[in-house]
Every structure is written in C-alpha cells, then in structure tokens.
Design a protein. Structure first.
Length: 329
C-alpha cells in the first residue's frame, strides 16, 4: 500500500511538472526550432549580418531597435516590416520613421529562402538578427528561441499607441512594459540597448530649448549642464536631420557604459533620465555602471531579450511564413 501511495505521489508530481513545462512552452517557442527543417538558418543569418556590419557598422543599433519596435506592437510577428497598402502600416508611424536596415532583413530572408524555402519566418529573423548585431558589436551571446510565425496586419495607429516615447516618464514606461508582461528590471536592462546607435536631434531637443514652454533658454534640469552645452553645439532648434551618438565614444560597442552616463545625468533621452526616478531602476543603473556591473548587465540583457521575444507570438498554425518580409503572401 505504501509503495502504491508513493507511486501515485510520483505520478502526480510528474503531471504537475509536465503542466508547468506545458505552460512554459505554451507559446511554441524553443531554442533550435529549425534544427531539422533548416539546420543552417542561424549560420546564414550570422553570415549576412557579419558582411553587413563590416561595411555599415552603424546599422547595428537600428537593427536591434527594429526587433523591439516589432515586439511592442501586436507582438513579435514581423508586422513592422510590412509595407503600407490599403492602410498606413507601422513603419510609417513617426516613431518608426528613423528605423533603418529593412534591406538587410530582405537580404537575410532571400538567403534563407534560397536554402530553405518557406521555412523561416520574418519575425524569427528579427529576433536572431538582434542577437547577432549585439554579438558583432562585442556584446553578449544568448540562445534565441524561435518558432514564431508572421502576422498579416500592420497599422500605423497601433505603433503610435504602443511604442514608448523618448520623452516618457518612469510611470508610463513601467506601465508600458508591464502591459507586455515585462518587469521593471526588463525595462532598465533593455534600456541598456542605447549603448549602441545614434539618434536624431529631434528626439531630445525639447530638453535643450524651451523645456518648460515658457522661455526658449529653459533646459531640462535633470540633464547635466555641461552635456547640454555640447549637445547644443550639434543640435540647433528644429534640427530634424543631425545624428548624435547615444553613448558618446562607445556607440559601436555593446557595453555597460550607458549606465555610467545615466548615473552622471547624461542619458540622451528623458526616458533614460527617468530610470533614476524609481528605486529599483535607479539601483540597477548605479550598480551596473562600468566596469563593476558590466558582466551581470550583459547576462541580464540576454535574459530580458528572450522575455521580450515572447510577447504576443504567433505559433503553430497561426499567422504565416512570409515569402517576402515586406508583404503578406
């Protein structure tokens, strides 16, 4: 009888464990999804990205940001890649007008279609490309979960409603991330992606001129005054075209120097400065400034990218595998 009870107990344990695992894998994503259907998939992506960044290293930041802009609107379904047709698509929304690298995604897709027609989704391409540009910029490697399928809806309004603005305060940032199932830690860790890339002056000049709306000389008091002086030399009022490094002197290297800048009140955006307005995010910023916290940041970044990559995914029979990333089949 005791042996029977023990067996029943072990069976119940097993059922509970399987239930937990089923919940964890409910979205259908897994590392190595294409191991049998397209075993060279990730190697092909890596090769194209290496070739691209060898001649256009500035594309690293935009390609990383493209995955974020995809996942925060309708989930990680490749909808940011769709061109406008009967309606204006996500890529035509103001926050997405500065995205670059669509041609790179097209080259990756063409190479994959040649090797494995109709197998690898555009949404998975964005996820793997994001990892590969970080690695290429001397960042960290993480195992990317794949198995996403592509959506067939892309609406400019959805992008305007869901993408956090560079002027966001901490409460709206935390709310935005929470609505996607992401934590405050994910927020501050993923903000670290600002360590690579550039931004147009128009994304932050409100901090340099007439910040209060009462005087043209008013500046954002949360931004270091010496940094303001340097930025004003590059960005004049209403400048829409000049690009500024988000992590001056290190904008092509994926490292933890972003947190050093934010701690010194030199984060470029109001959303960067906002990380100092919350106890949890501020603690992370101050403890991960270079060099003491860089290793743990790099580890955390991979974890948070996996978390982000699970937002609203389409798997199984949902969605489709696009033949061309810019249009539905």
């Amino acid at each position: 009888m005791a042996a029977t009870s023990k067996l029943i107990f072990l069976l119940i344990q097993g059922i509970v464990l399987l239930s937990v695992l089923d919940c964890a894998n409910a979205q259908g994503l897994k590392v190595g999804f294409y191991a049998k259907s397209c075993p060279e998939a990730e190697a092909i992506v890596k090769k194209v990205i290496a070739q691209t960044l060898s001649v256009a290293p500035s594309l690293g930041g935009p390609l990383l940001r493209m995955h974020f802009h995809d996942c925060f609107v309708r989930g990680c379904d490749g909808s940011v890649l769709l061109n406008s047709s009967s309606n204006q698509a996500e890529k035509d929304a103001i926050p997405n007008l500065s995205l670059r690298g669509y041609g790179v995604i097209d080259r990756v897709k063409s190479a994959l279609e040649k090797a494995c027609p109709g197998v690898v989704s555009c949404s998975d391409i964005l996820a793997v490309v994001a990892r590969d540009v970080v690695v290429a910029d001397m960042g960290v490697h993480w195992d990317v979960e794949t198995g996403r399928r592509d959506g067939n809806v892309s609406n400019m309004i959805d992008a305007l409603r869901n993408l956090p603005a560079p002027s966001s305060n901490i409460s709206s940032l935390k709310s935005s991330f929470a609505s996607k199932g992401l934590s405050a830690k994910d927020l501050v860790v993923l903000s670290g992606s600002h360590t690579i890339g550039t931004s147009h002056c128009s994304s932050f000049t409100n901090r340099l001129y007439n910040f209060t709306g009462k005087n043209v000389n008013d500046t954002d008091p949360t931004l270091d005054s010496n940094y303001i002086a340097k930025l004003k030399m590059k960005c004049k009022p209403n400048d829409q075209t000049t690009l500024v490094e988000m992590d001056p002197g290190s904008f092509k290297t994926f490292d933890g120097s972003y947190y050093t800048l934010v701690a010194k009140r030199r984060g470029l955006f109001q959303s960067d400065a906002a990380l100092l307005d919350d106890s949890e995010t501020k603690a992370y910023v101050t403890s991960h400034a270079v060099p003491k916290g860089e290793a743990s940041f790099l580890k955390d970044f991979g974890v948070s990218m996996v978390n982000m990559g699970r937002i609203g995914v389409l798997t199984g029979n949902a969605g489709e595998i696009r033949k061309v990333c810019s249009k539905i089949n």
